[in-house]
Design a protein around this ligand. Structure first.
Ligand SMILES: Cc1cc2nc3c(=O)[nH]c(=O)nc-3n(C[C@H](O)[C@H](O)[C@H](O)COP(=O)(O)OP(=O)(O)OC[C@H]3O[C@@H](n4cnc5c(N)ncnc54)[C@H](O)[C@@H]3O)c2cc1C
Length: 498
């Protein structure tokens, strides 16, 4: 079996936690190999509610450590990738049948103060009948609060981290499965297999298991003592419908079952609604949003909004499985959302660290904690708190000024494409256009502003291979392309691969 070059750290899993750890470790001078058996962000990390948030409702379950860390991270991440992380106002309507108003007010005061907020505004109370933010709500909703959190593009956040890790010397292999590993003294010897069936071996001083819902299976494949610790798998589904209201605000709706459902502005012309919490057994790769869940989500919105939402309006639906640490809580809502790092192997044995649970929001701090726990000799100091991700706009730069500058530099560029490129690539938008000096230089147009030039960038710089990689993870243009246009893209990708 061929051997790959030995590394300090082998990371299994190309979701947000795996790539976050890879980036941090590479920046600290460790040699890193990350293997992902499918596409980066192909599982949970592209199926989230896409919030960078403290998690207001977790206060109810006493998760103060998690909420504080996540609240602090919001502003760190806003500075790190302003093109991918946007502040959003959340409207929280209230009526007497639900949690008492004093409880919401208390929660919001805590939320305002727990995380040392500097950029985001404090919460406030509004009269939704008089305030424009209340316009989409039923006219009899007489009270609401407004607080701030952030929205992100989860899959693009993963790719930005993966690219930064690669720039700093990490090697990232997609379509490569971790098969097994055993200790050989102070090293791990791992076996890998590509999706084409090619096997190889690699030696590593440390092993990180960031396999999300598959973390326990990976731990078992490495014979880790904690391979018996359990994960609680909880499915969450989302639906996307044509835009339900004007404005950039989001809504946090309390449901009669005491759960909450978010209504979020999405991809300019759409509204994202989620999520559900359904105990899950079976293969996480097969997870899907059922009609029952879709109806539940429509019902939750229709309870509060003036205009009812019907399942017939759904344009896209997706589901993911939360890989939560099993704390034996009674309900799926109450299981801890905090992460747990389980270590196997004390020196001189090579260490293995399994990541259980966690949020997109906390990936950067999780990576710092993981490297601390691994204690690999030669690990440099933490550095990610003030470092930008690829595409991160310069301090003080806004998306609008960046889009305007791109249009000045490329006056022939359609303003819609210019805005789209800035939203996807931030300060790297000009690099995506490369030496193009006229529209025709961008090559074949696939619809919705997607051109061969952008597709080539995604293949070259972002590991994209398939139509789904491009239309549902690197971008969300799947919402806009017709089936004929998707076929054109598929044909282009086939030609490019040969
Ligand atoms: C419905 C839902 C809503 C959520 N909303 C939010 C939110 O709004 N904000 C927030 O902060 N968090 C949210 N989360 C939580 C967040 O999405 C997850 O905690 C996070 O994405 C987990 O990332 P991960 O890298 O650990 O796992 P994953 O993204 O699942 O990555 C694990 C990877 O490991 C790979 N893998 C598995 N086995 C192998 C193997 N043998 N070899 C190689 N690769 C392997 C898989 O293919 C997968 O890509 C939400 C989660 C869900 C499900």
């Amino acid at each position: 079996m061929p051997s790959l070059a030995p590394v300090d750290l082998l990371i299994v899993g190309g979701g947000i936690n795996g790539v976050g750890i890879a980036r941090d470790a590479a920046g600290r001078g460790l040699s890193v190999l990350l293997v992902e058996r499918g596409d980066f962000a192909g599982a949970t990390s592209s199926a989230s509610s896409k919030l960078i948030h403290g998690g207001l409702r977790y206060l109810e379950f006493g998760e103060f450590r998690l909420v504080r860390e996540a609240l602090i991270e919001r502003e760190v991440l806003m500075r790190m990738a302003p093109h991918l992380i946007h502040p959003t106002e959340f409207v929280l309507p209230h009526d007497r049948s639900l949690r008492p108003r004093w409880m919401l007010r208390l929660g919001l005061v805590l939320y305002d103060h727990l995380g040392g907020r500097k950029i985001l505004p404090a919460s406030r109370r509004i009269d939704p009948r008089r305030d424009a933010l209340g316009a989409p709500l039923r006219p009899d909703v007489a009270a609401a609060f407004v607080y701030s959190d952030c929205q992100t593009d989860d899959a693009r956040l993963v790719i930005a981290n993966a690219r930064d890790a690669a720039r700093r010397g990490a090697r990232l292999l997609r379509d490569t499965e971790f098969v097994s590993a055993h200790r050989a003294g102070a090293f791990w010897r791992a076996e890998l297999r590509t999706s084409a069936g090619v096997r190889s071996e690699v030696e590593a001083r440390g092993l990180v298991n960031a396999g999300g819902p598959w973390a326990m299976e990976i731990a078992r494949r490495a014979g880790a003592a904690h391979g018996r610790a359990t994960l609680r798998l909880v499915k969450g589904s989302h639906i996307v419908v044509p835009k339900l209201y004007d404005g950039a605000q989001a809504y946090m709706l309390q449901n009669d079952d005491r759960r909450i459902v978010f209504v979020l502005p999405f991809e300019l012309d759409f509204t994202l609604i989620g999520t559900t919490e359904v105990p899950f057994e079976g293969d996480p790769a097969e997870v899907a949003c059922t009609d029952e869940e879709a109806a539940y989500l429509c019902g939750a919105v229709s309870r509060w909004f003036a205009r009812a939402v019907s399942p017939s309006a759904i344009r896209w639906r997706y589901a993911g499985v939360r890989p939560l640490y099993e704390d034996h809580a009674k309900s799926a809502s109450a299981v801890t959302r905090d992460y747990v790092l389980l270590r196997d192997g004390e020196p001189p044995a090579a260490p293995m660290l399994s990541v259980l649970g966690g949020k997109i929001t906390t990936f950067r701090r999780l990576a710092e904690h993981a490297l601390e726990r691994l204690e690999l000799p030669g690990t440099g100091e933490p550095w990610t708190v003030a470092a930008k991700l690829p595409g991160g706009l310069p301090a003080g730069g806004s998306m609008e000024t960046a889009a305007a500058a791109l249009r000045v530099a490329h006056p022939w560029l359609d303003p819609v494409i210019a805005d789209q490129l800035i939203r996807h690539y931030g300060s790297e938008a000009a690099a995506v256009l490369g030496d193009a000096t006229r529209l025709a230089d961008l090559g074949q147009a696939f619809g919705a502003g997607l051109t061969a030039r952008e597709v080539d960038w995604l293949r070259r710089e972002e590991w994209a291979q398939s139509v789904d990689d491009i239309l549902w993870r690197r971008t969300k243009l799947g919402l806009r392309l017709t089936s004929a246009e998707r076929e054109l893209l598929r044909e282009y990708l086939c030609r490019a691969a040969n």
